[in-house]
Each structure stands twice: as structure tokens, then as C-alpha cells.
Design a protein around this ligand. Structure first.
Ligand SMILES: Cc1cc2nc3c(=O)[nH]c(=O)nc-3n(C[C@H](O)[C@H](O)[C@H](O)COP(=O)(O)O)c2cc1C
Length: 220
């Protein structure tokens, strides 16, 4: 697949085929992402791939914690407010999604339902968590973001779908314990991964992007 096409056509996938992905394919995707650049080639990323009964048990644990009203304890704090430009883009997304799919993400009841679906990894056969040592600097967090994008692009190039999910890190303490990840690591991102169900209405909505002039200036 052409690189430009791969970057532009990747989208978050929120409904998957009921078909497992062979381990060598998942391994190849992760091995490809390892070629991401990082500060001094420190490669500050670690991944855990969760499938089958283990994934089901993890989902059940997160749903249970949520239903019991347990406060979220993500290692990366959820944003409490946004500057005007970013807030406007988020409002635009929520409006578009409401119009296209009837999902109103400003409604707390809808968010509660969305959380449960997130904890079930949108029905994907596999989940991947990315983590790193908590003592690492912001640059390493930046590097892990590059790794995550490479992983999603490599997956897309192989016909797989992904969605990055901050929500799936809500119960970081419990998730790390469940997965045997030391408490000294920070759980940065969970992703669902599998073969996309492209006929599903859940995957019909495509986000747009800001006008190029809103994000670039040319200086001579
Ligand atoms: C760091 C990060 C966290 C995200 N968290 C979630 C999430 O918890 N649940 C979800 O459904 N999508 C989540 N997304 C997906 C975004 O909503 C999505 O990337 C954005 O709307 C752009 O759409 P696209 O990925 O289809 O291009 C997240 C994306 C990123 C990069």
C-alpha cells in the first residue's frame, strides 16, 4: 500500500469481524512499529497483546469496576479543559457524530454506554496495551505516540483495523496488576485490533480535518 494512501485512509475502527488475527501477523505489525524514531534511539515502549479468555476477563473486570462506580485512575490524567481551537474541533466532532450516528457524546448517559463498549474493545479479538517506565520524560511519551501511529499504519497496511483508546486506561492500577505489569510503569494507551467489519454502520462515519491554513504558516 502506498504510504500517503495508508496515512490518509487509516481511520478508527469500532466494529470488527469475528476472526482472530494470526500471532505472526500481530508480531509483524509490532516489529514494524519498532522502526519508529525515538529520542537517542531509546525505544521507550513496551507492548502486551491480549486475546481470548484473558481479554474477556480483562473486559469483564473493567466493566465491573465501572458499574461499581469505581473512580478512574489513569496514569495519564484526562484533559479537564481545552484551548478554544481544540475545543471547537471536539464540538465539531461531537456534532457530526450526533448527526451521522445519533451518538451524543456530550450526554453523560451516552458516555457511560460508550465506556462499556470501549472496555469490551469494540468486540475486537485482540487488545494491545502500550506502556513505558513512569520515570521517562515527556519526550518518551512523544516517542510512544510515534510508535502507536506506526503500529496503526502497519496494521492498516496489512488489512487490519485499530482504534486507540484512552478510555481503556481508566483503571490503570487494576489493569497493570491483572497483566503483571509493574506499578512503576505508566499505562499509556490501549488499542483494539482485528479485521475491520467495513459493512458496519459503526465504521461508516469518517472524521474530517481542519483547513490546512488553520495549522500552518509559511514564513520567508
Ligand atoms: C490518544 C487517543 C485517545 C483516544 N481515545 C479514544 C477512546 O477512548 N475511545 C474511542 O472510541 N476513540 C478514541 N480515540 C480515537 C479518536 O476519537 C480518533 O482518532 C479521532 O476522532 C480521529 O478519527 P480517526 O482516528 O478515525 O481519524 C483516541 C485517539 C487518540 C489518538
Amino acid at each position: 500500500m502506498d504510504t500517503i494512501e495508508c496515512i490518509k485512509n487509516r481511520m478508527s475502527i469500532r466494529k470488527f469481524q469475528d476472526k482472530i488475527v494470526a500471532q505472526d501477523i500481530l508480531q509483524d505489525v509490532i516489529a514494524t512499529a519498532q522502526w519508529s524514531p525515538s529520542y537517542k534511539n531509546s525505544q521507550p515502549w513496551q507492548a502486551v497483546v491480549i486475546s481470548g479468555a484473558k481479554k474477556e476477563a480483562l473486559s469483564a473486570m473493567m466493566v465491573d469496576l465501572f458499574e461499581k462506580g469505581k473512580d478512574a485512575n489513569p496514569d495519564l490524567e484526562a484533559p479537564q479543559s481545552w484551548p478554544d481551537a481544540e475545543a471547537a474541533r471536539i464540538n465539531h466532532l461531537f456534532k457530526q457524530r450526533k448527526e451521522a450516528m445519533g451518538i451524543d457524546l456530550s450526554d453523560p448517559a451516552v458516555i457511560a454506554k460508550a465506556k462499556a463498549v470501549n472496555f469490551n474493545f469494540y468486540g475486537a479479538p485482540h487488545a494491545i496495551y502500550l506502556y513505558q517506565d513512569s520515570s521517562l520524560s515527556s519526550w518518551s511519551l512523544f516517542d510512544l505516540g510515534l510508535f502507536a501511529q506506526s503500529l496503526m499504519l502497519a496494521a492498516h497496511a496489512k488489512g487490519l483495523g485499530t482504534v486507540p483508546q484512552a478510555f481503556t486506561t481508566d483503571y490503570a492500577t487494576e489493569i497493570k496488576e491483572f497483566l503483571g505489569i509493574p506499578a512503576s510503569k505508566r499505562l499509556v494507551l490501549g488499542l483494539s485490533i482485528g479485521y475491520p467489519d467495513l459493512d458496519s454502520p459503526a465504521n461508516a462515519f469518517r472524521t474530517d480535518r481542519a483547513a490546512i491554513d488553520d495549522i500552518v504558516s509559511w514564513q520567508k
